[in-house]
Design a protein around this ligand. Sequence first.
Ligand code: SF4
Length: 163
Amino acid sequence: MGLLDQEFSDSNIVITKAEDLLNWARLSSLWQLGFGLACCAIEMMATSASHYDFDRFGVIPRPSPRQSDIIIISGTVTLKMALRIKRLYEQMPDPKYIISMGSCSNCGGPYWEHGYHVLKGVDRVIPVDVYVPGCPPRPEALLEGLLKLQEKIRTESLSKKSA
Ligand code: SF4
């Protein structure tokens, strides 16, 4: 059942579970910590621009991890940057979500074999909810990744996520 489980005939009362209501609010207002690392970030920025319009899904960029629900790791994660990403993740309030955007962030990308300075997947330092493949992924792919994350949040148990 969706958010509006029952609607009374006068159209002014709806009944639903508190968990469904909170999940709906959360998935509809995912504030994003702006965090571009390399070429994939250009596609992430294009997704926020008027043509693809990330805002219509409630994804609004924020300058601070304290105000953010989601990080989109878009680009090459160097070993130096990995610890900073972990620190930013730890500064975000629960519940928090990660989208890994692009091959570099997913598995090291073109640097997976000989890139001595590149982490072979950001999931080695933080838990990833959704992986978006591509080098770089197009904005449509990132939007698809966001919809997958929203599906996940819709069925989430709040007690489990914040534990
Ligand atoms: S996945 Fe490709 S496009 Fe994205 S940061 Fe790596 S090299 Fe650049």
